[in-house]
Design a protein around this ligand. Structure first.
Ligand SMILES: Cc1cc2nc3c(=O)[nH]c(=O)nc-3n(C[C@H](O)[C@H](O)[C@H](O)COP(=O)(O)O)c2cc1C
Ligand code: SF4
Length: 523
């Protein structure tokens, strides 16, 4: 026994040449050894099988040329989606919404203090950034300029006095889950704003909270169609008879997929969705790319008039704008038919709008983004003297107070948000809305995943988010020295250009000038 062995013997108090273990330890070691050998054999076999599969296949060059190793490229790029969001992306980097924007919504939805410390982290040299022009002497003793209601559809049997500048944009039942729609409905009621049904029809979930509703007539006319796809006036009348339904919106197109109808992947067509829409399960639900009845501005006005006659309620349309020429033609046609023939509102959706599912080229590159489409539409209405008659509703990435205030400056009367309210519901921007595997239960019909979305809890978040937006828009308006948010106009904002310097918005988009606010007597 050498010196070291003696030392060990001393420390252990036993003989080192014949260490005695209890029997269970020996069995444990044997088991671990066997498991290790089995794992090595299994991994080797798996690698061999994958190697043979990769080298013999011809569909994928990377996997063929780098068998097994090539697979890691796909695993890492998939995993990267998640890791980037959590560890690597900077606060202002991600698309479509960066972490700073999502965090703002999250805090507003939680109803917690939304002030930040030390200083702005926003790069104010980025092209397109709005800089509002504060008034040197804002009204004393108040912090916000209160919003006043605004009437839509003065010539209808039932005009709508809309209480809120900020509302929930169309998202169909089908794209959204039942608990998500219920939470939005209850949240909208608490907040006092409207909820647009989207093109999937009206369901008991939309009615759950008793909020004001905008019924959207999509190109497939789900909920108001004859079996042959034509508009059912009888069904329309039934829906209009509901006191909650305040407006009817004819969907011509939406920003994420102009020229294409709605797409609801087969995976998301539950029995309830199929029954509501009158479609079959097991196949994608594709709406026509336009209304059969509407192929010109004349037919658009005819159809608006027909829906208004049947329902007695204000009727407008939603569109994404490409060329403004047809809007010009529409305005001229209205002038020749008379002001009553006009749509009661137009919803302009930015080409960068969201969706449950759409092809990438349409989503990315077709249709003007809202920053161009909105001033164009507002100016067109102004030019034809229709700005007071036709209310302008804007949607497209308007999920924070500054963006909403920008839209009001550009000429919007109302702002709609879809994805902002999805964040309020708990959306984590996992971008799986079309797969029926939404981890937050918002866009899935899988009951297990829906279980985490409690409408009672989330509706409070929806209302909190709404209040956060409205309060801070009113705060911007107050800071600019106007009596209410709709009195904001282009002279109140400068837009940062490519050289990093800002220019007045009314210089970039003349000559709309100051637009009038809401009904001053209606506070
Ligand atoms: C899940 C989802 C479903 C949608 N469904 C509809 C729809 O049925 N009808 C419609 O006109 N727009 C639909 N949209 C578009 C939104 O109403 C809105 O115009 C667009 O997302 C831009 O607003 P945002 O940037 O606030 O999301 C949907 C959007 C999302 C995200
Ligand atoms: S969490 Fe992901 S899948 Fe669910 S709604 Fe949000 S973006 Fe869509």
């Amino acid at each position: 026994m050498n010196e070291m062995e003696k030392e060990v013997q001393h420390l252990l108090g036993t003989r080192t040449d014949t260490l005695i273990f209890p029997e269970w330890v020996a069995h444990g070691i044997e088991f671990i050894t066997a498991a290790f050998v089995a794992a090595v054999v299994l991994i080797t076999l798996t690698v061999l099988v994958l190697f043979v599969i990769d080298i013999t296949q011809r569909r994928n060059a990377i996997r063929h040329n780098y068998p097994v190793l090539g697979r890691f490229r796909y695993i890492f790029s998939k995993a990267g989606e998640f890791f980037r969001q959590y560890f690597f992306a900077m606060d202002r980097e991600e698309m479509p919404f960066n972490r700073a924007e999502r965090t703002w919504v999250e805090r507003a939805a939680n109803g917690v203090d939304n002030t930040i410390a030390f200083g702005s982290t926003k790069n104010l040299n980025v092209e397109g950034t709005p800089i509002f022009l504060n008034c040197p002497f804002p009204a004393a003793g108040v912090e916000s300029a209160k919003t006043v209601p605004l009437e839509i559809g003065p010539h209808c049997r039932h005009p709508y006095r809309a209480p809120s500048i900020f509302n929930i944009s169309g998202m169909s039942f089908g794209a959204l889950s039942a608990p998500a729609v219920q939470a939005l409905s209850r949240g909208a009621k608490m907040a006092g704003c409207w909820l647009n049904t989207g093109e999937g029809g009206l369901t008991k979930h939309h009615l759950a909270g008793g909020c004001d509703l905008v019924f959207q007539i999509g190109t497939a006319k789900y909920g108001v169609r004859h079996p042959d796809g034509r508009l059912s006036e009888e069904r329309l009348r039934e829906i209009a008879a509901r006191p909650e339904v305040k407006l009817f919106e004819i969907k011509l197109s939406q920003g994420a997929k102009p020229g294409k109808g709605g797409i609801l992947p087969a995976a998301k067509i539950s029995p309830e969705v199929a029954a509501t829409r009158g479609i079959r399960q097991g196949e994608d639900s594709i709406s026509p790319n336009r209304h059969a009845e509407i192929g010109s501005v004349q037919q658009l006005l005819d159809f608006i008039g027909r829906v208004r006659r049947v329902t007695g309620k204000p009727v407008g349309f939603k569109t994404v704008i490409g060329s403004g020429d047809w809007l010009d033609e529409l305005c001229r046609e209205i002038s020749s038919r008379g002001i009553e023939s006009a749509p009661d509102f137009i919803t302009v959706d930015g080409g960068d709008g969201g969706t449950g599912a759409a092809p990438m080229p349409l989503m990315d590159n077709v249709g003007l983004p809202l920053r161009e489409a909105l001033p164009l539409a507002a100016d067109m209405l102004e030019k034809h003297g229709l700005k007071q008659r036709i209310r302008l509703i804007a949607s497209g990435k308007l999920i924070t107070p500054a963006n909403v205030a920008w839209a009001l400056c550009a000429g919007a009367d109302f702002v709609n948000a879809a994805r902002g309210f999805m964040f309020a519901l708990g959306c984590i921007q996992a971008l799986k809305c079309n797969k029926n595997i939404c981890p937050t239960g918002i866009t899935t019909h899988n009951p297990r995943l829906q279980a985490g979305l409690d409408p009672a809890v989330k509706s409070v978040r929806v209302a909190n988010y709404y209040r956060g937006i409205v309060y801070e828009v009113e705060m911007i308006a107050h800071s600019c020295g106007v009596p209410e948010p709709r009195a904001l106009c282009r002279c109140h904002v400068r837009i940062v250009g490519g050289d990093g310097l800002s220019r007045p918005m009314d210089e970039i988009y003349p000559p709309a000038g100051c637009l009038q606010g809401g009904d001053e007597d209606a506070v």
